[in-house]
Design a protein around this ligand. Sequence first.
Ligand SMILES: Cc1cc2nc3c(=O)[nH]c(=O)nc-3n(C[C@H](O)[C@H](O)[C@H](O)COP(=O)(O)OP(=O)(O)OC[C@H]3O[C@@H](n4cnc5c(N)ncnc54)[C@H](O)[C@@H]3O)c2cc1C
Length: 439
Amino acid sequence: MAGASLSTVFVNPPLSLHHSRARAHPKNQWRHAKTTSLSTIRAQSGGRKEDIVIVGAGIAGLATAVSLHRLGLRSLVLEQAESLRTGGTSLTLFKNGWRVLDAIGVGNELRSQFLEIQGMVVNSEDGRELRSFKFKDEDESQEVRAVERRVLLETLANQLPPDSVLFNSKLTNISKSGNGETLLELVDGTQLSAKIVIGCDGIRSPIAKWMGFADPKYVGHCAFRGLGYYPDGQPFDPKVNYIYGRGIRAGCVPVSPTKVYWFVCFNRASPGPKISDPSELKKQAKELVRNWPTNLLNIIDQTPDDTIIRTPLVDRWLWPAISPPASSGRVVLLGDAWHPMTPNLGQGACCALEDAVVLARKLANAVKSRSASVEDALSSYGSERWPRIFPLTIRANLVGSALQWDNPVVCSVRNNVIIPKLVRLGPLLEHTNFDCQPL
Ligand SMILES: Cc1cc2nc3c(=O)[nH]c(=O)nc-3n(C[C@H](O)[C@H](O)[C@H](O)COP(=O)(O)OP(=O)(O)OC[C@H]3O[C@@H](n4cnc5c(N)ncnc54)[C@H](O)[C@@H]3O)c2cc1C
């Protein structure tokens, strides 16, 4: 069906912009939202038919659904969990992330809840300051805030009409049907047929696997992360604080007047077994930095159980001619499902947001022109995004390796020469330049 026009792709004309905006979801429904619509699906014999299905209600999936909604296209989001992710920590978003959040109309709502971070300070493990920067000295337009993942997801979901997200809907099987549509089978046996499938199902994406992508590769370090809570107000200046040791680095960023994000990243030959006991996680994180500045230990102590996790860091390098393209027919990947990258540049979520607006624009243009091909629109998204995300994935990996060095001589050169004398923040953050007009 390559080259099929959208008059054949859409059975019904797309919703008008006015209509889709008018039915945004009432606030704060998502924490309690269980699946109400699966029964509806089951009631329809032969499976449900959809125009656009997005798999995964993470940052990429919800940002794509909101972007499409703003452009007048309805989509259905399938999420394996029973609700939006309510625990978790925070993400540092740079100006490219904020440009996208502004373009989709939620920037100011989020800005009002999270502190603007002025700069960063780098210390050695003995508490010596190696370097400090102010973001706006390097780039007046830079904007850095750490945003709680839960709040970001809820804010995006609140832009969508009711029943846009089906929870408890884990995709287990995907296949092509004879008519060019894609068949999706959920874990409970429910079947859906979709004209367009947008895979936003994260690092272990079953859709990426089906498209022939290799599994993401473990890069040799893991990160503890948490969100310290200070009910009477947190004491930190609005700066990113890094501490670089040998084979271990840690950091913290104030998120809001009462919350502070922290991480400890450490070398480990293999990811090891998953640990979910919060007291064990805290104990292990503190053990790694036990002789480091005490304010870090204090933030770890202040961390509620549901906001501490340990994650093995992985990435996937999308080598040209070796890695499959981002789309295959009318199935396309976004965010971590396509380009898992290590968090060393703070760009995974920012790039997932960028993906969402670029894809939504191209798809909506194809729909509106009615003569353009959806396949071409998806393929053009992949071609436009690849030169952006491939070098970033590699750079993030290399930066992480340099920061995880454990050789004492190399670490001494890094801490006494490279960081104090050679590093320039401006070029280091050039990748945050991304232009994005309102949708
Ligand atoms: C330690 C660490 C720190 C980070 N810090 C930053 C940072 O500071 N700034 C930044 O920009 N990025 C950061 N990132 C990266 C960021 O978290 C990811 O890039 C981002 O979450 C990707 O969003 P996503 O929507 O693609 O995937 P996810 O957030 O993983 O969402 C995927 C969704 O798909 C669902 N799903 C999965 N499989 C299925 C299935 N079979 N059926 C249905 N649903 C499914 C999942 O439940 C989930 O809701 C960090 C990552 C790590 C590991």
